[in-house]
Ligand binder design. Structure first.
Ligand code: HEM
Length: 206
């Protein structure tokens, strides 16, 4: 087991196999009674699962930046700072931006599979605001989509300058780092109402 767990790829594969075993076991147990809809499980259920997995990867790294890396940087001795900037941050930013992309894609697919993609993204306008649940999840989807935009079009381009991954004048670096930090803070703030909409939608509106 130790050998398996020391390899990250194998660890993730085992996690997925355990999840699939869980789904299959409950399918076999429940399918006779008809209480388990395998089509729904494979479509909406699996999409939700992948959506929450990628969302955790994205927001987990957002919180790592805001609660751990950014506040700790000033107290790291100057000679050790490049280790963070050159090795840890680029890797974290890779998973951060692609997890944001996967979360957006799976979120759109969940909304589409539930049949309310357009009404949610128009905040219920296409149905004369008759379905409050669609407006509610639509607000969450817009908050998350704005956060995704910030990641790809503000945070990542400015982090590339701040970390020296692209050519830029020396005086541009602190400005880019501050802008990336402020938008990262904005996303941390927006993540709270965004997650309220995501996670309460089912409970409040079914
Ligand atoms: C990027 C754009 C996003 C879109 C378009 C989107 C879309 C959706 C949709 C349509 C649902 C189903 C709501 C329902 O009818 O119950 C949902 C649920 C959910 N989303 Fe998102 N989402 C996004 C981002 C995020 C992020 C960043 C997270 C962070 C973890 C997240 C976490 C969740 C959770 C936990 C649920 C509840 C799953 C459940 O109750 O089964 N979403 N999302």
């Amino acid at each position: 087991m130790g050998a398996l767990l020391s390899n990250l790829r194998n660890t993730v594969i085992i996690g997925f196999l355990l999840a699939i075993a869980l789904i299959v076991a409950f399918y076999l147990k429940q399918s006779g009674g008809g209480a388990f809809d395998i089509r729904a499980a494979l479509h909406e259920g699996a999409l939700r699962w992948l959506h929450v997995l990628s969302g955790i990867m994205w927001i987990g790294l957002l919180y790592y930046f805001n609660f751990v890396q950014i506040p700790t940087m000033p107290s790291i001795p100057d000679e050790l700072k490049p280790a963070v900037g050159k090795f840890i941050a680029p890797k974290a930013l890779f998973w951060f931006r692609w997890a944001a992309m996967a979360t957006l894609a799976t979120g759109i697919l969940v909304a589409w599979s539930r049949g309310y993609l357009l009404s949610a993204y128009t905040l219920g306008a296409t149905e004369n605001f008759a379905v409050a649940g669609h407006t509610f999840i639509g607000i969450g989807m817009w908050l998350a989509t704005i956060m995704w935009f910030n990641v790809w079009f503000v945070i990542w381009p400015n982090q590339k300058i701040a970390l020296g991954l692209v050519e830029a004048a020396a005086e541009a670096k602190p400005k880019a780092a501050r802008l990336a930090m402020l938008f990262s803070r904005t996303n941390t703030m927006l993540s709270v109402p965004m997650l309220a909409a995501m996670s309460m939608s089912q409970t409040m509106f079914g």
